[in-house]
Design a protein around this ligand. Structure first.
Ligand SMILES: *Cc1c(COP(=O)(O)O)cnc(C)c1O
Length: 413
């Protein structure tokens, strides 16, 4: 019998098999038909320590004994209060306030609205947003508007708001990016620049230098434009450090975090803001309050999961695991001599198969997906870009199996 479920990013007309997953543990998924699948992409970049980390599962169980859900406008609860304080302890000191939401996309919407509110409340309305070419910031209308135009959002293009795009800082051509940013900042009084620091995720795992990131931040600071770091994917150790921004020694005005915030167990997001942005909304005038909420803002059980995630970072050798994964992946990528543009940052590796240029609807991708499925690997290429982004707990045998599968793909496709 066919299912009534309509899946995301899935063309049901192709009738590709949709495996039924019954359970998960560590880096493995177990399907109803008895297969053990290696999760090479951390279930779409969310699972950091591994599936069903015992401490996070326990925290969820414990919190469910006390408080499930409560309106967050004008009310509060201990998990949200504690999580905000604990988060600020490990985040750069300039970030002073924590606004909760429930997905990466909404954390971006919130950051954009805060940036616009900041300028309006200062009596200096600004509406232009500058974006980096090829970026991805989520699937809501605002997130799509600041993301790259393309196959993901073509049907909705007429509804997306206009942004100013600066070129991706390819190695050797960084100055063009910086010059474009400087010109826009001087000519058009933009509200903010939004970037994915160090690596564009859905845009094809394209990496750029920390020095360039640092320059982008410096230009914004000098020219009075807010700097939004979307660390929804890069946060929580993915690029080798807790935040990618650390590698450029920069602090954004607004920081978006989600995916790994609960270790990947439950949906939760935060937008962190500086005092200047909070203060611009702080007033006796209710018109200046920040008008945004979703029903499940700061869900207590999700906050408890995030607190447990922070405890795991505190109690367990997470940094060592990340470094080990980085080194083991470095060795594995040595096998990919048939691939193009083999690259790595922290726990992420990527390469192109066939044509050097990546395209999401590459003719190769359905065959590739089927290949990885047949090898019991959860690998989901972005067009002809194959990438690996496993949970930090993955063992050598599973990592070997992933790269065996990729080597075969390079052989066959
Ligand atoms: C995944 C992602 C988002 C969107 O997050 P969702 O939780 O899927 O809404 C936004 N920005 C970046 C950089 C992402 O990788």
């Amino acid at each position: 019998m066919s299912s009534p479920v309509w899946h995301p990013f899935t063309q049901h007309g192709l009738s590709e098999p949709i495996p039924l997953v019954e359970s998960a543990e560590g880096a493995a998924l177990f399907t109803a038909d008895g297969r053990r699948i290696i999760d090479a992409i951390s279930s779409w970049w969310v699972t950091t320590h591994g599936h069903r980390h015992p401490a996070i599962m326990q925290a969820i169980a414990d919190q469910s004994e006390r408080l499930d859900q409560i309106i967050f406008a004008g009310w509060t609860h201990e998990p949200a209060e504690r999580l905000a304080r604990e988060l600020l302890k490990i985040m750069p000191g300039e970030l002073r306030y924590v606004f909760y939401s429930d997905s990466g996309s909404t954390s971006v919407e919130v950051a954009l609205k805060m940036a616009l509110g900041y300028w309006l409340n200062r009596g200096e309305p600004r509406h232009r947003i500058i974006v980096l070419e090829g970026s991805y910031h989520g699937d809501t209308i605002g997130g799509m508007s600041v993301g790259a135009r393309g196959v993901f959002n073509r049907p909705y293009a007429p509804l997306l708001f206009d942004v100013d795009v600066i070129p991706f800082p390819f190695e050797g051509r960084e100055q063009a990016t910086l010059d474009a940013l400087e010109k826009l900042c001087r000519d058009s009084s933009p509200a903010a620049l939004i970037v994915e620091p160090l690596i564009l995720g859905a845009g094809g795992m394209r990496i750029y230098s920390a020095a360039t990131l640092r320059e982008l931040r410096r230009l914004c600071a000098n020219l009075g434009v807010l700097f939004i770091a979307d660390e929804v994917m890069t946060g929580w150790g993915r690029t080798g450090t807790l935040l990618a921004c650390e590698q450029a020694a920069i602090v954004p005005d607004l920081l978006c975090l989600s995916k790994g915030l609960t270790g990947g167990a439950l949906p939760l997001a935060v937008t962190l803001a500086t005092a200047a942005i909070y203060d611009a909304h702080y007033s006796l005038n209710r018109r200046r309050q920040f008008f945004h909420s979703s029903s499940y803002t700061a869900n207590p059980i999700a906050c408890a999961a995030a607190l447990a995630n922070l405890q795991v970072w505190h109690d367990e050798p997470v940094a060592e695991r990340i470094l080990s994964l980085q080194q083991r992946q470095e060795l594995q990528t040595g096998r990919l001599n048939k691939a193009r543009n083999v690259r790595q940052i922290g726990t992420i590796t990527a390469c192109e198969l066939g044509e050097a240029k990546s395209s999401y609807l590459s003719a190769r991708s359905p065959g590739l997906l089927a290949h990885f499925r047949s090898k019991d690997l959860l690998v989901r290429p972005l067009g002809n870009t194959i990438y690996v982004m496993p949970p930090y707990c993955i063992n050598d045998a599973d990592l070997d199996a992933i790269y065996d599968g990729i080597e075969e793909a390079l052989e066959w496709f």
